[in-house]
Design a protein around this ligand. Structure first.
Ligand SMILES: Nc1nc2c(ncn2[C@@H]2O[C@H](COP(=O)(O)OP(=O)(O)OP(=O)(O)O)[C@@H](O)[C@H]2O)c(=O)[nH]1
Ligand SMILES: [Mg+2]
Length: 241
């Protein structure tokens, strides 16, 4: 049962749960309320030694494809849980279920982002025992998801080369809040006017400490850098305890 609303909706994981808290809270309190629940999630992740990353990007930048490749390449070495956020459909969860059953799809209906309460519900439907990574794919949207904490350790922003090198300056908050930026679909660089150096300079202008990885899940170029980054995160996290 949900500690927040008392609901016992077992169908939540397939998208039938109406998220009614926002209706009874005044609009300005929604963010405070979300932060409180995000802190509960963060505490839970610390207790369980789970590393949680929140993936932010525009629709279609390659989030699910990167998750598929990650499960394919690292699924035998680490235990993953996945939360998929989309307005409608369970397409992405179905794609990931080819690699692991430990996936929950959240449908936000009209919502443009995931919130901490939805993630709390999703946890009820995941096998969290000895989980190494909880990877949360937020709703495809480069604006709203960056404003709602979920309790994750880090946000990862993905920008594909087909979107244009100016996006970090036009949508700065996602880049400001994230600790890793992935420039994706680099196999398409010969076909688009995307200046990698300019894009990196724009990212660093918003967030000088940002780590940056360039990769393609089609050619798999750069994928080892992502793999190494994930493994390093796990090692650093484990060494803390
Ligand atoms: N050429 C190329 N295409 C890619 C790459 N990664 C993903 N794609 C394609 O880009 C399209 C969108 O990929 P998804 O992984 O579904 O993108 P997403 O970010 O999960 O999309 P939403 O969940 O709808 O926001 C698909 O047709 C992928 O095959 C890549 O590295 N190179
Ligand atoms: Mg997706």
């Amino acid at each position: 049962m949900c500690k927040t609303c008392g609901c016992e909706d077992k169908n939540f994981a397939v998208g039938n749960h109406e998220h009614h808290h926002e209706e009874i809270l005044s609009e300005e309190k929604v963010l405070d309320f979300n932060d409180k629940l995000a802190e509960e999630n963060a505490k839970f992740f610390r207790q369980k030694n789970i590393l949680c990353f929140n993936f932010l990007s525009s629709p279609g930048s390659g989030k699910t494809t990167l998750l598929e490749a990650t499960l394919r390449e690292l699924g035998n070495y680490f235990k993953f849980g996945l939360v998929e956020g989309d307005q409608q459909t369970d397409f992405d969860a179905q794609r990931l279920k080819k690699f692991t059953g430990n996936v929950v799809q959240i449908n936000t209906n009209k919502g443009c982002h995931l919130d901490a309460h939805q993630v709390q519900h999703a946890l009820d439907n995941l096998d969290l025992e000895n989980l190494d990574f909880l990877l949360v794919e937020n709703v495809g949207n480069l604006v709203c998801p960056s404003m709602f904490e979920l309790g994750e350790q880090k946000k990862i922003v993905i920008l594909s080369v087909t979107e244009g090198d100016d996006k970090p300056l036009k949508y700065p908050n996602a880049f400001f809040e994230s600790e890793l930026a992935i420039i994706s679909k680099t196999d398409l660089l010969p076909y688009v006017d995307f200046n990698v150096y300019k894009c990196i300079e724009f990212i660093k202008r918003i967030n000088p400490k940002m780590e940056i990885i360039l990769l393609s899940t089609k050619s798999m170029e750069g994928f080892d850098d992502w793999k190494d980054w994930l493994i390093e995160q796990k090692q650093n996290f484990t060494n803390k305890f």
